[in-house]
Design a protein around this ligand. Structure first.
Ligand code: SAM
Length: 289
């Protein structure tokens, strides 16, 4: 069966009485080159175990199965069980787990499913949960690479540089843990039903160690969140508003000791700048920091 032919997909889904769910981000691929290229970009071979989030009817799963040693696909929609049983017949190295990927113990799942293999992620993510899913995948700390299709806007934010409108807290979180690459765009015409937005495929490669050294990692991300929660304010104002005990005067003193202008905005700072500011705040030892 051709899992990217829209007529065959419709016939298959009608036969199984399947209805698309908008709230589950169900936009299935209908252009053969897309799952092939995503799988090609994921760096798969016989030494790799691939975790897929949301197999849908299995068009990307089939491509992963051809390239990786083992594939574990986690699908929330149980009504896809009989569909996947039909479409993945013959894909002996694929296991499908029905459940919410956000509720899984990912390191335990990887240990059980991919013994002796390098774990990676490859998926066309459900767009309504892109940020929590990517956060969980990165925080799991066990995936060498994460190659995923997501909305273009989110992809741009993840890969953004300081001083650009797309630059923000989530991009800095991802860039702290991974090297980021924007690979290619996919138009809405490649899906059924067609989404309203253009999609992009990105690859995140886990860093061996973070790109900057910082005394308190949790405080670094609090500082970054505070800076971007109020991105139109000066960094001094944003930090004193977002970090409990720190007064505006203390915040400005911190900026000056780090060699920054008192009126600087967070959106122009790179990770190194945020790390310096974090270390300086940490050295103050404020009560509730
Ligand atoms: N991989 C298929 C493709 O490329 O055609 C389908 C991708 S579709 C964008 C996203 C899939 O993720 C759907 O099958 C949806 O049911 C599933 N999904 C949505 N939320 C999920 C969650 N929290 N955990 C696991 N799967 C989820």
């Amino acid at each position: 069966m051709n899992l990217t032919d829209s007529n065959e997909i419709r016939a298959l889904l009608t036969r199984h009485g399947f209805r698309f769910s908008k709230s589950l981000g169900q936009n299935f691929l209908t252009a053969a080159w897309v799952p092939e290229r995503i799988a090609d970009e994921a760096g798969l071979d016989g030494s790799v175990g691939a975790l897929e989030v949301g197999p849908g009817i299995g068009c990307l799963t089939e491509q992963l199965s051809r390239r990786a040693a083992k594939v574990l696909s986690v699908e929330l929609d149980r009504s896809l069980r009989p569909v996947l049983a039909e479409t993945l017949t013959g894909c002996e190295n694929v296991e499908v787990l029905f459940g919410d990927v956000l509720k899984q113990d990912l390191p335990a799942l990887v240990r059980e499913s991919f013994p002796g293999l390098t774990p990676v992620v490859c998926a066309n993510l459900p767009y309504n949960v892109t940020t929590p899913v990517l956060t969980a995948l990165i925080e799991a700390g066990c995936f060498a690479r994460i190659t995923v299709m997501i909305q273009r806007e989110v992809a741009r934010r993840i890969c953004a540089s300081p001083g650009t409108p797309d630059y923000g807290a989530f991009g800095l979180f991802v860039q702290y843990h991974c090297e980021t690459e924007l690979l290619f765009d996919v138009p809405p015409s490649c899906f059924v039903p067609q989404p309203k937005v253009t999609s992009s495929v990105i690859r995140l490669t886990r860093r061996e160690k973070p790109p900057v050294a910082v005394s308190d990692e949790a405080l670094l991300f609090r500082v970054i969140r505070a800076a971007f929660n109020q991105r139109r304010k000066t960094l001094g104002n944003a930090l004193s508003a977002g970090l409990g005990e720190l007064t505006k005067e203390q915040a400005e003193k911190v900026l000056i000791s780090c060699g920054f202008d008192r009126k600087i905005r967070g959106e122009v700072l790179d990770l190194g700048g945020f790390a310096e500011i974090t270390d300086e705040i940490h050295s103050l030892g404020c009560a509730d920091l």
